[in-house]
Design a protein around this ligand. Structure first.
Ligand code: MN
Length: 438
C-alpha cells in the first residue's frame, strides 16, 4: 500500500465555488491548495492558499473560525511564513488541507461559512508575493544524470560522468540570503571570467548568464543533529515543492569551480515560485522512480527502499519560456523554449533527504533542497541554455528573429510546471519569473 494514500481531497470530480477554480487549465483547482505568502499594498505578508483566480487569506479564515483546526494549528497559521505549520508535521498538514477543501468545496455544508470565506478571498492578480518560508539553509543537488553527463562532456570530454555519480546524490551548499519568491529582477553579476584562450582572468559583467530549470523540495519536519532520516521516513519529512531557477554565471563558474565547486557563479540570486505545492497535493502524481539500467550499480542500502522505487518519482512537466525586451515591446508574448519531464531524474527526493542527513547533518523546517537542473535524454528537452546552445556554439533563435547563446539584459525568464496523470485533476505551480537587469 502507498505511504501517500489518496483521499476525498484528490477526487477529480470535486470543484470549488471560487471564481476560476473550475476552469480546466487553471493551476489552482480545489485539489491543489498550494501555499503562498502575500500582501496587499504595504501590509505585512500573510500566508494564503491559491484557489482559482483568488488567494484565500488563511490567517483571516482561521481567526474567523472557518477552519476546523486545533488551537495550536490555527495559531500556526497566524504567521507571515509557513515554518511553524511545517514544523507540526503531516497530521496537522492533513487536517488543514481537509479543512480548506471543505471550506472551498462547492457543496460546502454550512452556507454561513462560505459567505464568511468570501471576505477572506483576494484576487491573485496584483498581489505582492513574498517568501512563503523562512529558508534557513539551501542545498542544490545534481539529480539529473542527463544534465550531469551533458555538462561533464563539455568540461571533461574524456570522462563526462565522474565515477561517484551513480553512488552519491551529488550536491553543494547554496546560499539562502539571495533566494526570493517575488519575481524581482535579477542583476547581472560581475566576477572573474577567463576564456580558454585568455592568458589572465579579467573582472567584469558575466557574459554567460544562464537559467537552471529545477524543482525545490521544502523540508517540513527536520532531524536532530547526530541523527539521520531513514529513507523509509524521508517522504514524511517533506512538506512541498516549488519552482526553482538556479541562476548561473557560466563564465564565472568555469573559472572558479575547481576544486571546491560552485560559489559566486550561483549565490547572487535564486528565484523560487510564489507557491508551494504540497506533497499531499502531489500524491496522485507519484510514479515509479527512474529505472536504472542493469549495468548501473544498485543504490547502497541506506539509499534503497522498494517503496521509494515504486512511488518516488513524479509525473511533472516543467517548462521555461523566454521574452526579450524587443518581444515585450512588440507582441508581449513569451516564446516557449522547452519542457522537461521530471520522471528522468536519477535520484529521488527521498534519496536526497536520506543522503543529506546520513552523516548526522540536521535538516530543519524550511530548508530548501534543489533537485538540480532537470534535463532528459532528448537534446531539446534540457534545463539550461548551456546545454540547449551547446555552451553557446548553437544559439537559439527567438520569434523576434533575435538569437541567444546566453541571457541578455532585458530578457525575462518564466518557469511553469504542471503535474498530470490519467484519472487525476491536473494541477500547476504558478509562475516563477524574473527580468535580467544590467
Ligand atoms: Mn542548480
Amino acid at each position: 500500500m502507498s505511504r501517500f494514500p489518496l483521499d476525498e481531497t484528490h477526487d477529480p470530480a470535486a470543484t470549488s465555488w471560487v471564481v476560476g477554480a473550475a476552469e480546466p487549465d487553471t493551476d489552482f483547482p480545489l485539489q491543489n491548495l498550494p501555499f503562498c505568502a502575500f500582501s496587499v499594498g504595504t501590509e505585512t505578508p500573510r500566508i494564503g492558499v491559491g484557489i482559482g483566480r483568488m488567494v484565500l487569506d488563511i490567517t483571516a479564515a482561521a481567526e474567523a473560525g472557518l477552519l476546523d483546526l486545533a488551537e495550536a494549528e490555527a495559531a500556526a497559521c497566524a504567521h507571515p511564513v509557513l515554518n511553524p505549520l511545517m514544523a507540526m508535521g503531516p497530521a496537522a498538514w492533513q487536517r488543514l488541507r481537509r479543512a480548506l477543501f471543505r471550506l472551498l468545496h462547492k457543496d460546502a455544508p454550512a452556507p454561513w461559512r462560505t459567505e464568511a470565506a468570501v471576505s477572506c478571498l483576494v484576487p491573485m492578480a496584483g498581489l505582492r508575493f513574498h517568501l512563503p518560508v523562512a529558508i534557513g539553509d539551501y542545498t542544490d543537488f545534481y539529480a539529473s544524470i542527463d544534465h550531469a553527463t551533458n555538462v561533464g562532456r563539455m568540461f571533461r570530454p574524456d570522462q563526462p560522468l565522474l565515477p561517484n555519480y551513480k553512488y552519491v546524490p551529488i550536491g553543494y551548499h547554496g546560499r539562502a540570503s539571495s533566494i526570493s519568491a517575488d519575481n524581482r529582477p535579477v542583476h547581472r553579476p560581475t566576477g572573474q571570467r577567463k576564456r580558454p584562450d585568455d592568458a589572465e582572468p579579467s573582472f567584469g559583467p558575466c557574459r554567460q548568464l544562464d537559467w537552471e530549470l529545477e524543482l525545490g523540495f521544502l523540508i517540513g519536519t527536520g532531524n536532530a543533529q547526530g541523527e539521520s532520516i531513514a529513507i523509509e521516513q524521508a517522504g514524511a519529512h517533506l512538506f512541498g515543492v516549488t519552482l526553482l531557477n538556479d541562476w548561473s554565471a557560466r563564465d564565472l563558474q568555469a573559472w572558479e569551480y575547481q576544486p571546491l565547486g560552485p560559489f559566486l557563479a550561483k549565490n547572487f540570486a535564486t528565484s523560487i515560485g510564489p507557491f508551494v505545492v504540497t506533497m499531499a497535493a502531489l500524491a496522485p502524481f507519484r510514479i515509479p522512480a527512474h529505472v536504472r539500467p542493469e549495468s548501473d550499480p544498485a543504490p547502497l542500502p541506506y539509499l534503497f527502499d522498494p517503496a521509494d522505487q515504486a512511488e518516488g518519482g513524479f509525473a511533472i512537466d516543467v517548462s521555461v519560456e523566454l521574452r526579450s525586451a524587443t518581444m515585450r515591446a512588440a507582441s508581449g508574448q513569451f516564446d516557449h523554449i522547452t519542457t522537461v519531464g521530471f520522471q528522468h531524474m536519477y535520484w529521488t527526493a527521498a534519496q536526497m533527504v536520506a543522503h543529506h542527513s546520513s552523516n548526522g547533518c540536521n535538516l530543519q523546517p524550511g530548508d530548501l533542497l534543489g533537485s538540480g537542473t532537470i534535463s532528459t535524454p532528448d537534446p531539446a528537452a534540457v534545463g539550461s541554455l548551456l546545454e540547449l546552445t551547446r555552451r553557446g556554439q548553437a544559439p537559439i533563435t527567438l520569434s523576434s528573429g533575435e538569437t541567444r547563446s546566453f541571457l541578455q539584459d532585458g530578457d525575462e525568464v518564466r518557469m511553469t510546471a504542471r503535474a498530470h496523470r490519467d484519472g487525476a485533476r491536473s494541477i500547476g505551480f504558478g509562475r516563477c519569473e524574473a527580468v535580467i537587469v544590467g
